[in-house]
Design a protein around this ligand. Structure first.
Ligand SMILES: Nc1ncnc2c1ncn2[C@@H]1O[C@H](COP(=O)(O)OP(=O)(O)O)[C@@H](O)[C@H]1O
Ligand SMILES: [Mg+2]
Length: 308
């Protein structure tokens, strides 16, 4: 859209420039040659004027081409952001429409048999509740991202103990991991005290441990290693799960990206977890990256400065 408008404008500018310069040059040339100079000098001056006009033309063309090229280059990031935003809106509508369709379908099924009791329709009702919860969670996540985009999501910085946050999160997941037969190991070193937003860090580890659990099969192992070095806290979250293919790895932090669409949908994901995780780490001035091998496992590396 931007490119097309720009192209039209620049081509128009270019032709107007060329036309004006050629006309102006020719008029000037004939006027000066006829009126101002005697025969002896005319030949030399003609040459000078010819050179002048040709240089002018070449200069104009070069400037027009260069400005066209630079303007196009400057528009590339704007175009990319625009396309990303459009993709985001399309994905978000799709994600919201799916649970709505399930809710509508289940309610319609119930309407078809008004004589049935609530106990008989139990599974339909629980489908509706499950999808409502999923939608509620999705809307909450979308709001967080919208606030993050509008730079309105501020951190509540305070002195926090990372070890305490990790222990809290592990307590939440312990039962689930045990049920799945996955070993969960935490190894910490040093003080691990930093200035950070406690709630956001809690959310970060929930996202990463939830993924580690979801994408690890029974008898697997998830380990969290945490230590302090060079005024930064280093965290590794390592699982022996299904891994991420090299083709997918660069996109895992993108909004709505899901590796194996069918499997992820089944496990209730929306592909926004890691996008939020990255935003939380970035906001704390840190870095997050993933290394993975299909069938072997995945490691998420995070570093966060002690003082923001
Ligand atoms: N620990 C992991 N092991 C394997 N794949 C992972 C892991 N964490 C994330 N992924 C992949 O990255 C994708 C994006 O993750 P996320 O943003 O949390 O979305 P989802 O809602 O699908 O979990 C997932 O669909 C999955 O394919
Ligand atoms: Mg996830």
């Amino acid at each position: 859209m931007f490119g097309a408008t720009l192209r039209k404008l620049t081509l128009l500018n270019l032709s107007v420039f060329l036309f004006l310069f050629v006309t102006f040059g020719m008029l000037l040339y004939s006027y000066v040659a006829r009126q101002l100079f005697d025969d002896v000098d005319v030949l030399m001056l003609r040459h000078i004027f010819a050179i002048f006009i040709v240089s002018l033309l070449i200069g104009t063309v070069a400037i027009s081409l260069a400005s066209y090229y630079l303007a196009r280059r400057a528009l590339i990031p704007i175009k990319a952001a625009w396309e990303k935003q459009q993709q985001f809106t399309a994905d978000a509508s799709h994600e919201l429409r799916t649970p709505l369709a399930i809710i509508k379908g289940n309610a319609e099924l119930m309407l078809r048999h008004p004589d049935r009791t609530i106990a008989e329709e139990g599974s339909l009702i629980s489908n509706i509740i499950r999808e409502t919860l999923r939608m509620n969670k999705l809307i909450g996540t979308l709001l967080t991202l919208a606030r993050a985009d509008a730079q309105k999501a501020e951190l509540k910085l305070e002195r926090v103990s990372l070890r305490e946050i990790l222990e809290n999160v592990i307590e939440i997941f312990q039962g689930l991991f045990e049920e799945q037969g996955i070993k969960l190991v935490l190894s910490t070193e040093g003080q691990l005290a930093l200035y950070a937003d406690k709630e956001r860090l809690h959310q970060l580890f929930i996202i990463l441990l939830d993924n580690a659990r979801k994408y690890t099969v029974t008898t697997g192992k998830v380990s969290i290693i945490c230590y302090e070095e060079a005024k930064r806290i280093h965290i590794q979250i390592k699982d022996t799960g299904c891994g991420i293919s090299a083709a997918d790895l660069p996109y895992v932090f993108d909004r709505f990206f899901r590796g194996d669409k069918a499997r992820s949908r089944e496990s209730g994901g929306s592909g926004l977890g890691l996008a939020i995780a990255k935003w939380i780490v970035d906001k704390h001035g840190g870095e997050i990256k993933a290394e993975s091998q299909l069938g072997v496992g995945t490691v998420f590396y995070i570093t966060i400065p002690l003082n923001l």
